[in-house]
Design a binder for this molecule. Sequence first.
Ligand SMILES: Nc1ncnc2c1ncn2[C@@H]1O[C@H](COP(=O)(O)OP(=O)(O)OP(=O)(O)O)[C@@H](O)[C@H]1O
Length: 597
Amino acid sequence: MSNLLKMRNFIEQVSDAIASVLELDVVITDKDLFRVAATGMYRNRLSQRVNQGCATANVIIGKKCIVTASVPGDICQHCTRGGKCQEKAHIIQPIVVDDECEGVIGLLAFDERQKNIIIKQQEKLLLYTEKMAALISSTLKEQEILKKNLLITNKLKMTLNTVDEGLIYVDNKRIVTQINEAALEMLGIAEAAILDREMDECRIKRYVCEVLNEGVALDDREIVDVYQGKKIHVFITIKPILGIDDQQEGAVLILKEYAKIEKIVSNVTGIRKAYFFKDIIGVSEAINEVKNKAIKVAKIDSTVLLTGESGTGKEMFAGAIHQESHRSTGPFISINCAAIPETLLESELFGYEEGAFSGAKKGGKPGKFQLAHGGTLFLDEIGDMPLYLQTKLLRAIQEKTIDKVGGTRPVEVNVRIIAATNKNLEDSIAKGEFRKDLFYRLNVIPLNIPPLRERPEDIYPLVNIFKNKHENLLKKNVIGFSNEVMNIFYRYSWPGNVRELENVVEYMLSLASSEIIGSDSLPHKLKNFSSGYGGKGPALLPLAEVITKAEESALKEAVACAGNHLNDKEILDLCRQLKISRATFYRKAKKYHLLSL
Ligand SMILES: Nc1ncnc2c1ncn2[C@@H]1O[C@H](COP(=O)(O)OP(=O)(O)OP(=O)(O)O)[C@@H](O)[C@H]1O
């Protein structure tokens, strides 16, 4: 479709305007020889093609205006209509855009009166049609520029929405002019609630003001805050945007999510945060039993298999065992066998030699086994390892050597293996998904971490620890959770275990507006759970039982913090802090088996 045809409405308006001013008929024809707009005789011949070789076609080729005072003139000699043309005279003006003829404006005379107008007012008409052709030409150009701009904007929008970083553009008044999907997700906000409005998140606003006032970029500032009820933890870079004349036009904000950066660093290096046994919180007999056993086995170099539901703390235990072992000065390298695509897992674990496959790095790459040399290798989600790699892993454990992908000689490695799974490996063996011999190799020392619902005494100290941790991060001042909330915590089944509990505490703290956090801040699924409170749901615990549980947890935690094996002076000190008598302490110690911990 020609450019003139695309703007048919506008072209029709121009042709009507010319005709009404000049008392002549007008036809506007595009470069494909189609009549786009016309008045008079040609109005009912719109969208028809004019003859090849006619005056119009000649002007389109020659890009020069012609005046024929009496049709047929010289220019008509090749026209296929010959003497049948009804035109008596015409002026045909080309519409030229960037040296390309897009079409013509034709002023036509069909009778003697109109013919006289053309003859007598030729100069004036030429000037007028020239101006009209220029008007159409500039409008066509504007349309072209508009189309290009629209395309650039669309490409930009698509690019903005494919990047992982959050991007926000603000003008000099801090009004958000553009925001991508990643930024909306990080801020937990809908586009309509932020676009064309002032950037009002207080910490971000402060930094934006700084950049706009001083005109100097700001790099990777860490922000931990609550924005519209959602916790945000990001690194922010803000750069001023300069216009064509070097005037500041606003700023661009680049947000990188902390959790994503942490995950990338830990995935690439395999290095995890160091955990110690003191970080593993819990006062229940069950958790202390596992802890005590783990402390003992840390000293020997045997392979450990940690089992337990997701979020029970298997990775914490693996890290703590490493720190307590004679390998603590060596590396602790972790790999999640379920998170890495099967095709990459082998080279991630065992490394590869140069040229092992297309895309292999020059000089090859060491695998996690080699990186863990002299330390501990934590194989998380071992139950998801494909069978062919299980065979290779078994050989590495038995022979203490690994075969790199594309390698010709085995490489010696000195590594302690700790594996973990939330699957029942015996079931996997029965289904033929896990090698029995590997299972026995890994299961030298089995440690099972019980789910949180089986050790409710741990809930209170865990809630306390997480409250303190996130209270500081979120800069909130909270005393604690209401009895109703604690009661729900005790009765809920925690399918996501300690991880879920921590997430719930963090969520509730970010919403907290009072010192005691009530059930109104509970996340949806716990709120639903609480709607059964006293109704259809599980029965309420008697108040006395809640108090007893809280007292037991608080005392066990206090004794554990003081060091478990307390002498007389330490017990006296503890009683003073707890503001209870020695007799009361010993009575409760007996009741809750405090001193046998
Ligand atoms: N006893 C505990 N004391 C303090 N924090 C804990 C405890 N147990 C688990 N956590 C916390 O819960 C989260 C999950 O722990 P971890 O990753 O060790 O669990 P996991 O069993 O390895 O989970 P997955 O099977 O999903 O990998 C972590 O944030 C950890 O800090």
